[in-house]
Write a protein that binds this ligand. Sequence first.
Ligand SMILES: [Zn+2]
Length: 288
Amino acid sequence: MSLVNGNEIFAEARKGHYAVGAFNTNNLEWTRAILGAAQEKGTPVLIQTSMGAAKYMGGYELCLNLVQQTIKSMNITVPVIMHLDHGNYEAAKECIEVGYNSVMFDGHDLPFAENLEKTKEIVKLAHAKGMSVEAEVGSIGGEEDGIIGEGELADVEEAKQIAATGVDYLACGIGNIHGQYPENWKGLKFERLQELADIISTPLVLHGGSGIPKEQIQKAISMGVAKVNVNTECQMAFAAATRKYIEEGHDQNDIKGYDPRKLLAPGTKAIKDTVESRIEWFGTPAAK
Ligand SMILES: [Zn+2]
């Protein structure tokens, strides 16, 4: 199977009360680890690039080609959705142009009327090419200028209006935050999730999936979350495994232990293990 859009996969996930994982890639190792884990599990997977990661790697077209060619060379047969994570208006338009399968237009920092207008426009452009769109209502907390904010709650009325634009999945703040969770974090706000799920049939997206306890993630999935974003957890697993390799002196004492193919291998394996474990948490069934 080649690249596919996300519409049916996520609509089925919401109906079936499971989620499909969305994992951020940063380079070749990340791409191989994410695709390899999905293939091992036999499940669909969403692989996404943030604007920053795409810039780091050399642009959206390069990212898309990297994923396409890796699918080919690894004989990946599960459905893969290539997605833009937290794109602004220009990035979303560029990814639609380049040929991603799915884009997130994140207009949460715009005045609501403008977020709504631009979301409509992106939906029209993307759907004309058979691509999926994710939008965001309210803000998802996280570290900004060193201050870790509480996760905000999406406004139900605004969420309803954004959902009505025809977006294929919707990210709503329910107390979740990006990056590492502070010790005094109060957990997901399930009352708000219930209010949103009651009036919106669009698959809901949980951002900041790294660090939320498994039980809370699974409860959110049972209530309507169909896409869970995981990024920080893979980064931390990669860093820990790489640190261990170096601290144990393998780069200096093993034969050619400094070779990047050896030095990056434990970290790559750690990403793959993390992705596989999250696929299990999310209850993603094998692709038909
Ligand atoms: Zn996010």
